[in-house]
Design a binder for this molecule. Sequence first.
Ligand SMILES: [Zn+2]
Length: 251
Amino acid sequence: MLEISFIPAFKDNYIWLLTRGDRAAVVDPGDAAPVAARLAAGGLRLETILVTHHHADHQGGIAALAAEWHPTVFAPALESITGCTHPLSGGEGLTVLGEACQVLALPGHTLGHIAYRFAGAVFCGDTLFGAGCGRLFEGSPAQMADSLGRLAALPSDTRVYCAHEYTAANLHFAAAVEPENDAIRRRQVVVAVRLRAGQPTVPLDLAEERATNPFLRCDQPAVVAAARRIDPAAADPVAVFAALRQWKNVF
Ligand SMILES: [Zn+2]
């Protein structure tokens, strides 16, 4: 079994640390310094870097870490990633610290975006967030809606490890989309308590996301009605998703 913990970085990034004994892997090391500090403090050896997409806050630390540790660097084949040793495009099966890992292609936030799925855990970068989703910098609404749908269809006991602490702000938007949704209100209370205690709201619970994340609820009548206030022509779930994403961008 892998142990999973987080290394805070920048304002609201989570760099996920996977360990087995003194062997370590990190997901999306945007900054090398906090990773190096954690490795040193834990007496860990960095074997593997997993990268979900090319943005600087996800890959900025690779060069310095690779110079010291010479790890295997798994990263999207479609994107420019410093030090990538194993380009991936989705569908591959990997072994990471002795654990089976499946690569999922999740285009939308960026076109080459991938996720890493282990038994009971998926590292999804900037695709699904707590009660929200990543911005569409490169992909289309149809691509992102499809990617989110594939994450939402994973088994309910899958824990979702996203790369940012955005849950509170996203729930504020979710409550505007669905003011009658009690599950959103209850989650707002729990999230506020956790954040005040300095605790992360990630990993995410998939069942809770399905109940409170408007971007996973584009087939729900209340969400469709809210989206039509932005785009009266929104009919199918992709058009509803596109309207919600547009609204969130200016919320
Ligand atoms: Zn990003």
